[in-house]
Write a protein that binds this ligand. Structure first.
Ligand code: SAM
Length: 307
């Protein structure tokens, strides 16, 4: 199950790893970005690799074995970056990469319950030890809460119909196939999207909720900002507008651009520049990469440098 990493050259160019530098791959996955950093600059001081999925840590450990104790692994959430760095004996870092979302290994493993197309248990946890999975999320939320979740995290216009149908059948919805079929039936046929499965947005919403992904992203970015030394860079690859909005807003806040409402006559937010935004325009994959890797189509890279 090969995972093709996205925007690898663009990340390397912007991260600019130097000999002796300390770097973090906050979402090591299959180890693709980590490997590219180590190949590009074999003399980095340390590469700290994080993933909340133990399968990912196992895979990345094997992929990066040749680099010995230069690389350390932490099977934790990147929200715990501060603790992880103190466990690693590191005070400040020179750069960090976030490559958000799920990996091919996660998506293509039916037992993880991420895929609309592969039948498996209704799970969707990136951290298989976490208490909440998609089946109990559906059971715990009432119809209104479920509709709000599907609307907010999936931007799904039929969220109310979908939530009502799911709740009416929840005892019989045990697999990804049951859920996909239920959503398929809840959306009127004439509104079925042509290019994607009608349940795509609902699956995205439940996955985000199960893994608390947006809250985690905000905490992870804040922790990364605090850990970066002056001149250190943060590279963030996002895959949907909800993630990208968070990255863009936090970068803007740190860059000192005023975030007061437009109709406020005098600035009251007191923002002062703490980062320089390196990517004024978001970086997207080029034609060759787009042809080779479908995941690259929605990938957006933003980079900021600590002042
Ligand atoms: C797109 S994959 C990364 C692929 C990797 N860059 C590569 O090239 O092989 C995203 C990874 O981030 C992990 N992840 C997502 N949220 C996380 C979090 N809060 N903390 C740690 N890892 C997380 C997922 O488990 C998944 O393995």
């Amino acid at each position: 199950m090969e995972h093709v990493s996205v925007l690898v050259n663009e990340v390397l160019t912007h991260l600019g790893p130097v000999p002796g530098g300390i770097y973090v791959d906050a979402t090591v996955g299959h180890g693709g970005h980590a490997l590219s950093i180590l190949k590009h600059e074999p003399d980095v001081g340390q590469l700290i690799c994080i993933d909340q999925d133990s399968d990912a840590i196992e895979r990345a450990t094997a992929a990066l074995a040749a680099f010995g104790n230069k690389v350390t692994f932490f099977n934790q959430s990147f929200t715990l970056l501060k603790d992880i760095l103190s466990q690693a004996g590191v005070n400040a870092i020179d750069g960090i990469v976030f490559d958000l979302g799920v990996s091919t290994g996660q998506l293509k493993d039916p037992s993880r319950g991420f895929s609309i197309y592969l039948e498996g248990p209704l799970d969707m946890r990136m951290n298989a030890g976490a208490a909440l999975h998609a089946k109990n999320l559906i059971e715990e939320l009432d119809t209104n809460e479920l509709a709000n979740t599907i609307y907010r995290y999936g931007e799904e216009r039929f969220s109310r119909r979908i939530a009502a149908r799911i709740k009416a059948r929840q005892a019989d919805i045990n697999t990804t196939a049951d859920l996909a079929q239920t959503v398929f039936e809840a959306i009127p046929a004439r509104f079925h999207p042509r290019r994607i499965h009608p349940a795509t947005k609902t699956f995205q919403a439940l996955r985000i909720a199960v893994n608390d992904e947006l809250q985690a992203l905000e905490s992870g970015l804040q922790a990364a900002f605090e850990a970066l030394r002056s001149g250190g860079r943060m590279c963030v690859i996002s895959f949907h507008s909800l993630e990208d909005r968070i990255v863009k807003t936090m970068f803007k806040q740190w860059s000192g651009e005023c975030v007061c409402p437009r109709d406020l006559p005098v600035c009251s937010c007191g923002c002062r520049p703490q980062v320089r935004i390196i990517t004024r325009k978001v970086v997207r994959a080029g034609g060759e990469e787009l042809n080779a890797n479908a995941r690259a189509r929605s990938a957006k890279l933003r980079v900021a440098e600590k002042i």
